[in-house]
Write a protein that binds this ligand. Structure first.
Ligand code: HEC
Length: 141
């Protein structure tokens, strides 16, 4: 129990650090500097990229979004990513910029931590878990 508690604290600290850093830079540079996000995921269906994305997902996303991406993380409830339906660009923007939910648990911003390619690879992995009604492609505004 005690060990687990410490792990959670360290985790919260790390995410807080990332969120604060990402936030400052995001505000200073504006949301969409750098390269344009492609309309569709360049790594869709690429097996090597999917494997890489899976391993990133497991180390930095699953504690909030769950090992199966169903939203049931051990740290609380992030969104169920199997039913994400806002399209590829919105996925990338959300991961880069984070989201303030107004609750204690927020979506951290990863824009200054992960390269665009890494975010696309995580997306390519998550696409493989998509359930009916999900939209990981472009098209929805
Ligand atoms: C500290 C916990 C936490 C971590 C770590 C985290 N998320 Fe989130 N994520 C959230 C929360 C909370 C939300 C917002 C849910 C809501 O809007 O109610 C969210 C929302 C999202 C959304 C938007 C979902 C939607 O339907 O609009 C995406 C996409 C997402 N996260 C992907 C990721 C990815 C990819 C990673 C790993 C790089 C990640 N998240 C890491 C907590 C987290």
């Amino acid at each position: 129990m005690r060990r687990m508690g410490q792990g959670i604290l360290v985790g919260i600290f790390m995410v807080g650090f990332i969120a604060i850093n990402g936030w400052g830079l995001g505000n200073a540079l504006g949301a969409d500097t750098g390269t344009e996000i492609p309309a569709t995921n360049p790594f869709s269906g690429n097996q090597a990229a999917i494997e890489e994305g899976r391993s990133w997902y497991r180390s930095i996303c699953s504690n909030c979004h769950g090992g199966r991406a169903d939203g049931a993380g051990e740290r609380g409830h992030g969104a169920d990513l199997r039913v994400f339906n806002k399209g590829f660009r919105k996925f990338v923007e959300t991961v880069k910029n984070g989201r303030d939910t107004g609750r204690a648990m927020k979506m951290p911003s990863w824009g200054k931590v992960l390269s665009d390619d890494t975010i696309y690879k995580i997306g390519a992995y998550l696409e493989t878990l998509a359930q009916e009604g999900a939209n990981w492609k472009e098209g929805v505004k």
